[in-house]
Design a protein. Structure first.
Length: 335
C-alpha cells in the first residue's frame, strides 16, 4: 500500500515493520502508526536515539516523552509503583489511548522524562505498533511525529510532509482515534487513589473513575481543565501552518456571520479563509480533525475558520475543543 506522491517524497521513506525494527535496533528513529496519532519512535536504552527524537522534532528538553510498551508486564517493570489502580486502569483501557504517569525506575533516562521522577506509559492498540515493540523486545519512547507545537499526524503522508520525506515511516493507514491519548497521573496510598488529568483524550475522567470501583479506596480526581499545564502542554500547541481563527457561535452571529467581517474584527486582510466543519459525532470529529487542519492549511488559503457550534459541547467534545483552542492564533468569544 502506497499513499504518497512519488514525485515529492523518496519511495524509500515508506518502510516495512521488519525494516523499522532493524533500524530501531541500530539506534535510528522511525515513525510508527498508533491508534491515536503517528509517533516518532526510538528505543529507550539508546541516548543517541532519544537525542535524535528531540532534534528531529525541534522539541525542547523540558517536554517529556511517553514510553510505549507491548504488554502490561513490560509496563510494570518501568515503574516503582505498579499499584492496584494502575493494574485496574491498564486492564480496563489497554491496549488503547490512555497514558499512565507513574513513578519511574532509575534506569529510565532523565532525557526521556525531562528530569521528572515520573514516566508516562502507554500500551497502544494499533497492531503494527504492537508488532514493532514486541519484535524490538524493548519499550519505545515516542512523541507525536510532528515538529514541536504543530499539528499531530494522523496519516503516514502527514509525517512525510512534516519532515520532507527525511524520516522513514511505517504506513498503518489512518489513525482510528485521531487525537492523542488521555494522560493521567496516578498516585495511590493505603487509603486513597488520586488521579490528575494532564491531557484530555477519548477516554473520559468518569470512565477512569468507573474502572476503579472494585478497589475499596477513596478516589480523588483533579481536572485542571483549560488550565492543564503538563510539561509541554503549552498554551499554543497543535498549530496548523496558517492561523486558525476560533469563533464561538454567538460571536459569529453577532458579527454578522460572514468571513469578510472576520477581517474587520481582527484588523487583518486574509484573502482566503477556509472553514473547517466537523462531523456531528465527536469520535468521528476527532478522527478527521488533524487531517482537516492540514488540508485547509494549503495555499491559496491564508487562514482557517472554526465556528464552535452550540451543539459541540459536553465531555466527549472537550478533548477536541481543547486542541482547537490551543491550535488557534485568534479567539473570538462572546462574553
Ligand atoms: O497518543 C499519544 O499519546 C501519542 C502517541 C504517539 O502515543 N503521543 C504523544 O506524545 O502525544 P507527545 O510527546 O506529543 O505528548 C506527550 C505529552 C508531553 O507533552 C507531556 O505533557 C506528557 O505527555 N508527559 C509525558 N511524560 C510525562 C510525565 N512524566 N509527567 C507529566 N507529563 C508527561
Ligand atoms: Mg505532540
Amino acid at each position: 500500500m502506497k499513499t504518497i506522491p512519488e514525485t515529492q517524497y523518496p519511495f524509500e521513506a515508506i518502510i516495512s515493520v521488519e525494516e523499522a525494527v532493524s533500524r530501531l535496533r541500530s539506534s535510528e528513529v522511525v515513525a510508527i502508526p498508533t491508534e491515536t496519532v503517528y509517533g516518532l519512535g526510538g528505543k529507550i536504552s539508546c541516548e543517541n536515539a532519544i537525542h535524535q527524537i528531540f532534534s528531529t522534532k525541534k522539541r525542547p528538553f523540558f517536554d517529556p516523552l511517553i514510553v510505549h510498551v507491548h504488554s502490561v508486564d513490560q509496563a510494570s517493570k518501568l515503574t516503582t509503583a505498579w499499584s492496584p489502580a494502575a493494574e485496574a486502569l491498564a486492564k480496563a483501557f489497554w491496549p488503547g489511548p490512555l497514558t499512565l504517569v507513574l513513578p519511574k525506575k532509575p534506569f529510565i533516562s532523565d532525557l526521556i522524562t525531562s528530569g521528572l521522577p515520573t514516566v508516562g506509559l502507554r500500551l497502544p492498540r494499533h497492531p503494527l505498533a504492537r508488532a514493532i515493540i514486541e519484535k524490538l523486545g524493548e519499550p519505545l519512547a515516542a512523541p507525536s511525529a510532528n515538529l514541536f507545537g504543530q499539528t499531530s499526524p494522523s496519516k503516514a503522508v502527514h509525517v512525510l510532509a512534516e519532515f520532507k520525506g527525511q524520516v522513514p515511516v511505517v504506513d498503518g493507514g489512518d489513525c482510528d482515534v485521531g487525537i492523542e491519548s488521555t494522560i493521567v497521573k496516578v498516585i495511590e496510598d493505603h487509603q486513597q487513589i488520586s488521579l490528575t488529568i494532564l491531557r484530555a483524550g477519548q477516554i473520559l475522567p468518569q470512565q477512569l473513575v468507573e474502572s476503579l470501583k472494585s478497589i475499596e479506596k477513596e478516589i480523588k480526581i483533579y481536572q485542571p481543565g483549560r488550565n492543564i499545564e503538563a510539561p509541554g502542554q503549552v498554551k499554543h500547541h497543535y498549530m496548523p501552518s496558517i492561523p486558525l481563527i476560533y469563533v464561538d457561535q454567538k460571536k459569529w452571529d453577532a458579527i454578522g456571520g460572514a468571513p469578510e467581517k472576520l477581517n474587520k474584527e481582527l484588523g487583518k486582510t486574509f484573502e482566503k479563509i477556509a472553514q473547517i466543519q466537523l462531523h456531528a459525532a465527536p469520535e468521528m470529529a476527532a478522527r478527521q480533525l488533524y487531517s482537516l487542519l492540514r488540508d485547509r492549511s494549503m495555499p491559496p488559503n491564508e487562514a482557517i475558520l472554526f465556528i464552535h457550534e452550540a451543539h459541540q459541547q459536553g465531555d466527549a467534545w472537550e478533548p477536541i475543543l481543547d486542541r482547537l483552542r490551543r491550535a488557534a492564533t485568534y479567539h473570538l468569544l462572546q462574553d
